[in-house]
Design a protein around this ligand. Structure first.
Ligand code: ADP
Ligand code: MG
Length: 203
């Protein structure tokens, strides 16, 4: 319940233009590592395997830290909540000359094409009665908040999803530190923080 009140308050403050934010340079690779670490216990319970890919380039954006933490938590929570027991979640950060993209992909229940835009509306839930997951309780407010957070950061959020296969959410930010474009600079994923939380032997 307190989460619902928090979400409503944040949205109302944003509507009224009175939310307090402190913008500073923020390393999205680091923020993502911390977000992933916060979710380890929950993922462990759901036997969901999480992989976190970070990029070689500095992924610095100009952002309010607590809003970005909230945004990453919303996407991670949904990835976990709408995935079957034993699913997989993949996080990645990539950067090119002008932008940084953060993605959260899951192997969960997916979202029908005609509803993919609607999930960002306040209170919209694809299937409020039964989402196919025992944990799928919710307010339908969080992705509205996620979109609002991306808007104040002049970022874009979008979803690609296939029912029964999974969903990927992408958030594209303007990159604060720009480097000259180089042919190999695009989306080089060099680090894999494999956070295995399933009870299976390492392969
Ligand atoms: N990763 C996901 N996989 C499948 N469906 C999702 C995912 N994320 C969000 N959804 C759908 O979008 C709806 C809105 O999400 P959200 O605003 O976080 O609300 P809530 O999770 O409280 O229902 C969810 O009810 C669900 O139907
Ligand atoms: Mg949610």
């Amino acid at each position: 319940m307190s989460r619902l009140v928090d979400d409503l308050l944040l949205l109302a403050r944003s509507d009224a233009g009175v939310q307090s934010m402190r913008f500073e340079p923020l390393d999205l690779n680091e923020a993502a590592r911390l977000a992933a670490a916060r979710w380890i216990p929950q993922l462990h319970l759901a036997a969901v395997e999480l992989s976190n890919f970070t990029c070689k380039q500095e992924a610095i954006i100009y952002a309010d830290r607590s809003s970005i933490e909230r945004l990453l938590d919303i996407l991670l929570e949904n990835a976990c909540k709408y995935s079957p027991h034993g699913g997989r979640i993949e996080l990645s950060t990539s950067a090119d000359a002008g932008s940084v993209v953060r993605s959260v992909s899951d192997s969960g229940i997916g979202i029908p094409p005609e509803q993919q835009e609607k999930i960002f509306e306040r209170f919209y839930r694809v299937n409020p009665a039964n989402d196919g997951s025992s944990q799928a309780q919710g307010s339908g407010l969080e992705l509205a908040l996620a979109r609002q957070i991306t808007e104040v950061h002049r970022a874009q959020i979008e979803v690609q999803s296939e029912p029964g296969k999974g969903s990927s959410f992408f958030v594209q930010f303007e990159r604060l530190i720009r480097e000259p474009a180089s042919p190999n600079a695009n989306s080089q994923l060099i680090t894999r923080d494999a956070m295995r939380v399933v009870n299976q032997p390492e392969v």
